[in-house]
Design a protein around this ligand. Sequence first.
Ligand SMILES: [Ca+2]
Ligand SMILES: [Ca+2]
Length: 261
Amino acid sequence: MKKIICFLCGLLFATANIHATTLFSDSFSYPNGNLLGQGPWIQNGASIVNPIQASGGVATMLPTGQDLNAALSSPFSLVDGISFYIGSTINISAATATGDYFLHWSPATGSSVFISRLHARSSGGGFQLGYLETSGTGASLTYGSTVLNLNQNYRVVVGYNVVAGGVNDTANVYVNPTDYVVEGNNTPYLTDSWTSVLAETVTLGAVNLRQGGTTTGATLSVDDLYIGTTLADMQVIVPEPTSLCLVMVGAGAALLRRRKA
Ligand SMILES: [Ca+2]
Ligand SMILES: [Ca+2]
């Protein structure tokens, strides 16, 4: 019985790891407290105000203050024609009319090059998400038209497409994708093309949590932050430990009954 359960346990965890650790994965299952120093998270910039918190299995962020970033275990080369995805489960409780960004990626930790800046601004009784490729003349901040609800979880996926040639990469932002296998079956929440005069980078090295300005930033939580090379990598399918345990024990018991029969 023990051997069978151990085997199933290994199999299940191996399956989970294939899915969830493609380039980066964090489910923020840390003790409550400052996120800084837990897992891969390190300080980005000087501010130590409003330290980003690990709280109840998510990261919580406020307007203004400390920014953190995390290195990928190995930098990912952005070869022409390749796509990659950054998925996160966000829950925004407050946003401002001006809006600001809360998530982006960089060529390396500590870099001041901020790419794929995911914004939130208030709209009606809810909020809209926006995307800015990076800074620089010509850069375009694009907001989606659909108003989303405050205090609701959304699975948000940025799909970044490396297009051969300069200043022409494209991106799609999906909210609660319905088909993780065929990307084209999802209607993007918004689409964007690189229009900044600044050159694209050739490396994806870090992912950043950023608390915006005092009068512009959002209050939110972030969970299940994944980076991978397929949309399927973005789906949160890893069972909670309790249900995983029940599955293993149930399957083990069923196998034992069959062996005894
Ligand atoms: Ca979590
Ligand atoms: Ca390009």
